[in-house]
Design a binder for this molecule. Structure first.
Ligand SMILES: [Zn+2]
Length: 299
């Protein structure tokens, strides 16, 4: 097993107006895919989306979260990863039919788009929709950066298996704001050319410092303290209770008549929440304040 911890590394080049991120995710990938029995092609897609969301979340300049969702008319109805500024990530994919092992982005999603929702803890949410014009998820994300931040950005996403366990890693190289001279463009291209020599197995299996040394040993790179990345699901019994309150007593009573208990499953982590008639009665008697969103699906 790889000893590489799940971490996000930020770095800058001392002599260029260019910044970078490198993330390596073993346990988080395993946790997000675990228990879902996804076909291999979907494991790959979701792993790439996970790395992409981690890289994207690391560009947040405030506390909040980002949801990256792929949606289309293909066999994958949707794939979504949600992450916050503390690099706590979770995600899920829904699909139907048989999926070819080597199916790529367009075969999986069909005609569709990528929806990126930025939700600051304080302030207005922002949603960007990107057409899936690129051949790869990385190319589509680069399109998003070109459109939203207007900063030259390149992204590399790699996935693999380590003794049957999925693993994923990625890099992002971005021009600093206001670095728009011809020389800045050449500097950016220079770093991109160096980064492009990265091999999947290097990015997946080598410690971050070593990856950076191999790529940029002739450059001066300042590496900042890494940030831990983990799988965390934000579902809870109290969120389910709040959802039941929002549904309304009539609806909830109708469900109870049909099933004698209400079960809510979390799509992300698979936790089951059960509510009997007396549980529901207690919830309505306690009169909690309804929150903004709910998590589960009703069965
Ligand atoms: Zn959950």
């Amino acid at each position: 097993m790889s000893q590489i911890p799940d971490q996000l590394h930020r770095f800058i080049f001392e002599n260029y107006e260019v910044r970078g991120e490198l993330v390596q995710l073993n346990q988080t990938t395993k946790d997000i895919l675990g228990g879902h029995h996804y076909p291999l092609a979907i494991q790959r897609l979701l792993s790439e989306l996970l790395v992409a969301t981690s890289l994207l979340t690391a560009t947040l300049k405030f506390e909040g979260s980002i949801t990256v969702q792929l949606q289309g008319d293909g066999p994958v109805r949707f794939a979504v990863i949600n992450g916050d500024h503390q690099q706590r990530l979770r995600g899920v994919a829904r699909y139907e039919g048989v999926i070819a092992e080597n199916a790529g982005l367009h075969e999986l999603i069909g005609k569709g788009h990528m929806m990126i929702t930025v939700i600051p803890d304080e302030g207005e949410r922002y949603q960007g929709i990107v057409a899936l014009d690129g051949d790869t998820l990385a190319a589509c994300l680069e399109g998003y950066f070109a459109q939203s931040e207007q900063l030259p950005t390149r992204i590399w996403l790699k996935t693999g298996l380590n003794e049957e366990q999925p693993k994923a890693a990625g890099m992002l190289i971005q021009a600093m704001p206001n670095s728009n001279s011809e020389q800045h463009a050449l500097d950016f291209e220079h770093i991109v050319t160096l980064t492009d020599t990265i091999k999947s197995e290097e990015l997946l299996d080598l410690p971050a410092e070593e990856v950076l040394y191999r790529l940029y040993h002739q450059e001066e790179v300042r590496l900042f303290d890494p940030q831990a990345v983990s799988f965390v699901c934000t579902c809870s019994r109290s969120r389910c209770e709040a959802a039941l309150l929002q549904l309304g007593k009539t609806e909830v009573d109708a469900l109870l008549e049909e099933h004698d208990e209400i079960r809510m499953d979390c799509d992300y982590c698979g936790t089951e929440y059960h509510f009997s008639a007396s549980d529901v009665e207690k919830i309505y008697n306690d009169q909690l304040t309804p929150p903004e969103t709910s998590q589960g699906v009703l069965h």
